[in-house]
Design a protein. Sequence first.
Length: 262
Amino acid sequence: MRVSDRPDQFPLPPARDVVILCGGLGTRLQSVVADRPKSMTEIHGRPFVACLVEHFLRHGARRFIFSTGYKGDMIEDWFGRHRGGYETLFVRDPAPLGTGGAVAQAMKLVRSNPFLVLNGDSLCELDPERLLRFHTRKRARATIAVTQADSREDTGAVTLGEDDRVLSMVEKPRTRTTGYHNAGIYLFDRTVEALFPNSRSWSLERELLPQLVTEPFYGFVTASALYDIGTPERLAHFREVWKDPSVHFPVTSMHQEQGSLL
């Protein structure tokens, strides 16, 4: 199986910021989660986004920027009550900005180069340090984590060349083709900000990423598990898989600092 996330001794760049997109309304989850942002969906006593943060804490991230919208105060309040050895910052706009607009509003707080961007409603158990080394070795302007395509039809389809360069990216194509899924994890050089559309609300997946195929834009192929909570069925599956968080996160900074996430 083709994968990019094998051990790589390429020097690791300095610590990076992690931008988490938490503005999703969770329309398809309304039947089971109607009172909170999708990223705050409860997973055995804690929000989904805490699972996401824990994974990246385990791999050395210490600065998280949350781009929020609908009921963003719930996210700020939760992390305000569950502080640890990491920094949390928040940018909030009640108007829908799209994934691209959400990244754009977070840029005023981003300090690292490169920086990570994560969807706040999906989790891929890849090693971000290997992703970062891959990005640096390729001298990429942007890198997207991808997984082998499966039966899901509501994710972006990514085609890669032999050198892992992204040849095409189509968001939620009408016909599912073989290839790779967008795993919802991106590593960007700060220079991509110059390519942002001159509008307040826009889509990262539809308006920026397809443009980047003419740039040094690479796909990091991972065999790691990819979960999302976009539908009631997938949420139920995630809750079933994650009944015992210690299987995924034996010891993390959040546990060490807080003793508990609750």
